[in-house]
Design a protein around this ligand. Structure first.
Ligand code: ZN
Length: 260
């Protein structure tokens, strides 16, 4: 695997499936772990690549707080003992349906509709904030990389999920840190950025990810049960349908859904 490329946009699951065990098991990465399908897959990928993992989850006031339970479940499943959950109250800023319960979450949109415009579930500058926190943690831990599960194919059109943003942030990591100035650049690895949701799921299944303990819904019920009709639910369902397997998260008793 080419660790030198900051984003790895052209790598496919087929490449990964055919590779041997990693040769550099001492490398460390900070993985942004949301509790969602994508970040769990990205974490599994990083583990397979030989990185020792520090996980970072952000409690930012999201209405879908069940994802923090899922993030803990994923960290436990992967044996990640170094898992930090930081509180950063983005709900204080508002302007997003994910942190302002007075704003409705868009429902029943087609994938084509998702491709036009940026929806109200966009959280202002969220990934810039998250990556900045991850960069600080990575530098403090003397980590080699930050791994995140952003995706710019089957997604809601958020500008801070696109390769251009990641390339720009990699430049920030080089210029804005003591580590970067001294030549130990923290790489930004987004192995899923150009994969479809189905490709991500296939990769994760290959890597043994238990998707029962992940959640994707933007607007879950109080017990964490997914709504089934927000953008994230629609994309997740389409991905599992394309792969031809059932989504274990929606099966009672096999998920991180918390009793009410
Ligand atoms: Zn949903």
């Amino acid at each position: 695997m080419n660790h030198k490329h900051p984003i790895e946009p052209h790598v496919t699951p087929e490449h990964w499936a055919g590779e041997s065990a990693p040769a550099t098991p001492q490398k460390r990465a900070v993985v942004l772990l949301s509790g969602g399908l994508d970040s769990a897959t990205a974490a599994a990928w990083a583990g397979r690549e030989g990185y020792a993992l520090t996980a970072l989850s952000i409690d930012y006031g999201q209405r879908h707080r069940v994802e923090l339970h899922c993030a803990q479940a994923v960290a436990t499943a992967f044996g990640i003992s170094d898992h930090m959950i930081l509180s950063v109250d983005l709900a204080a800023f508002g302007k997003s349906a994910l942190v302002d319960t007075a704003m409705p979450v868009p429902k029943c949109r087609s994938v084509a509709q998702m491709g036009s415009g940026i929806p109200s579930t966009y959280v202002p500058a969220r990934n810039t904030i998250f990556l900045s926190l991850a960069l600080a943690l990575a530098e403090a831990r003397e980590a080699d990389a930050i791994v995140l599960g952003v995706n710019a194919i089957d997604y809601s059109g958020y500008p801070d999920c696109r390769p251009e943003f990641l390339t720009a942030f990699a430049q920030v990591a080089r210029l804005a840190t003591k580590a970067g100035i001294e030549g130990k650049t923290v790489e930004i690895l987004a192995p899923l950025v150009t994969l479809t949701k189905a490709e991500i799921i296939r990769l994760g299944l290959t890597l043994g990810v238990d998707y029962a303990i992940t959640t994707s819904c933007y607007d879950p019920a109080a017990d964490g049960r997914p709504c089934g009709s927000c953008d994230a639910c629609v994309l997740r369902a389409a991905g599992f349908a394309a792969v031809g397997v059932l989504d274990p998260h929606i099966h009672p008793g096999r998920s991180c859904i918390q009793p009410a």
